[in-house]
Design a protein around this ligand. Structure first.
Ligand SMILES: O=C[C@H](O)COP(=O)(O)O
Length: 261
């Protein structure tokens, strides 16, 4: 079965709930103008926690062809974890996707593969889909160890998940040196690692699981680069940062199939 492409816009710590309303409305108008109905591509917006209720109400009320995502989640169910948000709280807001293990969380908040794997498990148990982020820094890339480094993160974060669970999730390959820098990995660079991730899933689980898991590329994706990236056999979507804050640019990325490769 063909994998449905998934284009997700991670807003990071940008836009309050009032600004979020403006962006989502503009995005929906732009997509409607282009007859986008959300059937061909999963189009996901991932705002900060404080915007989720507002954006959910808009998507729901206006039947926008958008799905909702969150940027993080607690690995605990409930209790004395001040400042944390549980998977059940997100599911109740009709959140469908949750980013876990973004490189910024690994770097600034010390998240390990073990913690990320535990978060992914909570997301799945709450009926949502984790977007598990992996990817190497510049030093590792220069040493030529990017594939083995990224695959070690894949093994570390998937540990304990069943084949059925892995088949339904999303893995985002984001080389850290390409995030927010304007440096896009070439389509071949991105395919090399995304292909290796799919093979690793096949050897950890089986071919059917590897064929089903969706793999995104992330790192300075723009409308001008998305078509070539999406033309790669093992890339099923993109995790977009900066460009997802501009409605027209993000709408063009969502409709990558209309752009020349
Ligand atoms: O989650 C998104 C990635 O970190 C990519 O961010 P960027 O598109 O601003 O490089």
């Amino acid at each position: 079965m063909a994998r449905t492409p998934i284009i997700a816009g991670n807003w990071k710590m940008n836009l309050n709930h009032v600004e979020a309303t403006g962006l989502v409305q503009k995005l929906a108008w732009t997509l409607a103008d282009k007859q986008f109905d959300g059937k061909k591509v999963d189009a996901v917006v991932i705002p900060p926690f404080t915007d989720l209720r507002t954006v959910q109400t808009l998507i729901d009320g206006d039947r926008m062809p958008l799905q909702l995502g969150a940027q993080n989640v607690s690995q605990h169910d409930s209790g004395a974890y001040t400042g944390e948000i549980s998977a059940d709280m997100l599911a109740k807001l009709q959140v469908k996707y949750v980013v876990v293990g973004h490189s910024e969380r690994r770097e600034y908040f010390g998240e390990t593969d073990e913690v990320i794997g535990a978060k992914a498990k909570k997301v799945i148990e709450a009926g949502m889909t984790p977007i598990i982020c992996v990817g190497e820094g510049l030093d590792i890339r220069k040493e030529g160890r990017h594939v083995e480094y990224t695959l070690a993160q894949v093994r570390g974060t998937l540990e304990g998940l069943t084949a059925e669970q892995v088949a339904g999730l999303v893995i985002a390959y984001e080389p850290v040196w390409a995030i927010g820098t304007g440096e896009v990995a070439t389509p071949d660079d991105a395919q090399e690692v995304c292909g290796a991730i799919r093979q690793e899933v096949a050897s950890l689980y089986d071919e059917a699981t590897a064929e089903s898991v969706r793999i995104q590329y992330g790192g300075s994706v723009k409308a001008g680069s998305i078509a070539q990236i999406m033309a790669q056999p093992d890339i099923d979507g993109a995790l977009v940062g900066g460009a997802s804050l501009q409605a027209e640019e993000f709408a063009a990325i969502v409709r990558f199939y209309d752009l020349p490769a």
